[in-house]
Design a binder for this molecule. Structure first.
Ligand code: ZN
Ligand code: ZN
Length: 125
């Protein structure tokens, strides 16, 4: 893995939560030195294709994968109250794969994003 890719993954793992691309660009240098945006975007694209990170489109943020090493579909539970996200395994993805095969599609990337309230926000309400 190249240094920029390793650095971006390191930042995502350290954050432990979804991070916006511009925050990654700003934190990249460690000493307040920003990276060139294409460097970070290319690294994110690579990490995403490897299944080491995921892009959560609905909140425009990236997050380190919760455990899979290879390319895989990701499903996220997203709290609209506090922003907490959780990657989960779901059989819904397999159903989607089947539907794609039936329709003659080849899926390259799947991310399911479910919005709602996390347990902490539910119990605080
Ligand atoms: Zn994952
Ligand atoms: Zn919450």
């Amino acid at each position: 893995m190249t240094a920029p890719r390793r650095r971006v993954l390191e930042l995502l793992l350290a954050a432990g939560e979804p991070v916006k691309a511009y925050d990654l660009i700003a934190r990249f240098g460690g000493d307040g030195q920003a990276a060139k945006p294409p460097t970070v975007y290319r690294a994110l694209d690579f990490l995403e294709r490897q299944g080491m990170a995921h892009r959560i489109a609905s909140i425009s943020a990236y997050v380190a994968c919760a455990g899979h090493e290879t390319d895989h579909a990701a499903a996220f539970l997203i709290c609209d109250c506090c922003g907490a996200t959780r990657e989960v395994a779901t059989p819904a993805v397999e159903g989607l794969d089947q539907a794609a095969i039936t329709a003659g599609y080849v899926i390259e990337r799947t991310t399911i994003e479910a919005h709602g309230r996390c347990p902490a926000c539910l119990s605080a309400a």
